[in-house]
Design a protein around this ligand. Sequence first.
Ligand code: V47
Ligand code: SF4
Length: 358
Amino acid sequence: MKSLRSIREKVESGERLSASDGVALFKSNDVLETGRLANIVRERKNGNRAYYIINYHINYANICVNRCRFCAFSRSAGEDGAYEMDMEEILRRADEAARMGATEIHIVGGLHPALPFEFYTEMLREIRSRHPHIHLQAFTAVEIAHIAGVGGMPVGDALVELREAGLGSLPGGGAEVFAPRVRREICPEKLPGEKWLDVMRTAHRLNIRSNATMLYGHVETPEEKIEHLIKLRELQDETGGFMSFIPLAFHPRNTGISRRFGTTGIEDLKHLAIARLMLDNFDHIKAFWIMLGLKLSQVSLSFGVDDIDGTVVEEKITHMAGAETPRGVSVEELRGLIREAGRTPVRRDTLYNAPLDS
Ligand code: V47
Ligand code: SF4
């Protein structure tokens, strides 16, 4: 097996890692060396800073036509546990976000079979008219493709209309693992990986920035994960539109994928560190503490991570799949755990303007 020494030399000289380097990192048991290497890149790009944001999640509906096997959040229309928020409920939550001082509302839902195109534009417009200073990071690339289909228009036109209504940027969800073999097994109905990348390419060309994700810890191989990361790296070379990359740890409870336990701490740290090393053209690697836990997220600040997401509040997708993390965290606690890790807490907005007043 390839030694990590040649990878260290590349990292130190700023040379891009190859696919086989990435696979070697996944196959290595030396997580501390992998973390040390990721930390070199992390500090080169972001110094000692660790970013966080005051944000709020609204999962407006869980009715979804896709029913991915890994998803415990979605329901079919009429099924027990299916819900959709009406405008009043959505605005009540947006008001709560504003009261908490949020600068971002993160809006994600299922692919609803019946909501009209105007539901999405109105939701954005209403929130923006009440809270014009809050950035709306809304709809994964998969939802964007669905919403465009509902409106009977090309993705580019739908994005322009959504932006006019208040859309600020796109979250990174729906990417899962791009490999068709994996998608056939875990989310056969979902938008193919190449189409996910096309939606992002279109958004970036319109100057709408986005994040990117990868869901790991189910049926995927190291080779498939590295291929996923390299496709993201190639698109980033082309557009420069991605802000941060967030590895998402699969939570198996209440899902159709039988894995008794979730991912382990070592597995999580490895994915964060390898993402930092492979995605040399991404500015930020984010640990989504809702999935990883606050303690591991704190440790990850020495394994390539420079962003610990935010206050969140009321996230449903992971909690319905068994996450035992709290639903939100206070700014004081976030700042305290960043400081304790020897980093400097920096409050940012969605587009990484920083520092905002804490
Ligand atoms: O696409 C669904 C994932 C994503 C499970 O852009 C699951 O800043 C784990 O994209 N276990 C949606 N993950 C959430 C998302 C996100 C989250 C935080 C920050 C950002 C960002 C984006 O959640 C889905 C899917 O990959 N997901 N079910 C599960 N059982
Ligand atoms: Fe629907 Fe998204 Fe869940 Fe898949 S992951 S079933 S697209 S809500």
